[in-house]
Design a protein around this ligand. Sequence first.
Ligand SMILES: *Cc1c(COP(=O)(O)O)cnc(C)c1O
Length: 422
Amino acid sequence: MEMPHASLEYALECDARDPLRAYRDRFHLPVGPDGKTAIYFCGNSLGLQPRSVREHVLAELEDWATLGVEGHVHARHPWMPYHEFLTPAMARLVGALPHEVVVMNSLTVNLHLLMVSFYRPTPQRRKILVEYSPFPSDRYAVASQIAFHGYDPDTDLIELKPRPGTDHIEPADIRAVLEEQGPQIALVLIGGVNYYTGQAYDLAAITRWGHDQGCIVGFDLAHAAGNLSLRLHEDGPDFAAWCSYKYLNSGPGSLSGIFVHERHADDPALPRFSGWWGHDKQTRFRMPDRFVPMRGAEGWQLSNPPILPMAAMRASLEIFEEAGMEALTHKSRALTGWLEQLLATSGHDRVRIITPSDPDQRGCQLSLRVEGGDRRLFERLSRQGIIADWREPDVIRIAPVPLYNSFADAWHFAQRLRQALA
Ligand SMILES: *Cc1c(COP(=O)(O)O)cnc(C)c1O
């Protein structure tokens, strides 16, 4: 039986009413094997290219061609302070103060740099708490930090586990682990949205529970930035880092953002690995011997900024500034909620959504567990112009992204999934 409002007509009506509908045309949409526009549900893995990226990058190539080194000062957007052009928009996007945020390096590099400062284990308090099945790179990074300090990741890396037979981690269980083992935990480092299940965590609550136990609290927001409305300053974690090529549409392998809470902005006692771009910019070019960090997140920079990926990121952040996270999350909830309903009522039991159905515990991603881990279903969908993502052992991740996906996309996906299962 068809549920009410499950039709393509209804989807087209929703699209016509969508105040964000014009943004789709500002992105390059890939084509499927049939030469038609693909259903791109993979913005959680690699965001699409904003059309404006080309002109932003070309402007820098032209300035480099015509100005050479003088571009550091005389380019239309001078290269010397280039990272500063990104800061206000990036800070708004994650709900931070401007001096709490900077764009630099890639994500895993930044996790290491931040752990150098914020993972300071002692024999009594040396554990790191992560969520079940963290992204592999995060697990490697955390385990290697523990080993680097001479401790044993087998005992000192602890993982929050879902209850047997369930897929999510109950907030009450996070609290319980912190209450039981808090005094031994040096660092809580959780993915704001788990990459595999799509579960989103309550950052404010975890921060409070961690701080109550004297732990440092950090978040990896790779799957949260540009996906959820974040309030990092208010929620109060000590630090966070995220990449910009997923929901932030800044291009493959692009740069990472970091957040360091204001309370650490002026702490010279914090150890850190230093480089010249983190040095006080008033005296940077006098090249003094002694390192004096910039105030706030900028003090963690090492190198002068790579202009070309930052130009692409400027183009993308301009779009987020225009659209606004609030409007984006509003549409995101409607779109993902509707897709979830379509999938739930399509009458098959070989595919089950493992992402929480509570909209406060997820972003736009839905993870579909395929019975028996049968990858052929995913391959069939790919041949039909669906671009999604298969994760071993048995999950198809789909992300209807509010900036460029439509209700019609959701309808077509559900339709093709039903056909593929038939
Ligand atoms: C995408 C992602 C990464 C990737 O790290 P890079 O250093 O950018 O290659 C790391 N951690 C998480 C949680 C991710 O989602």
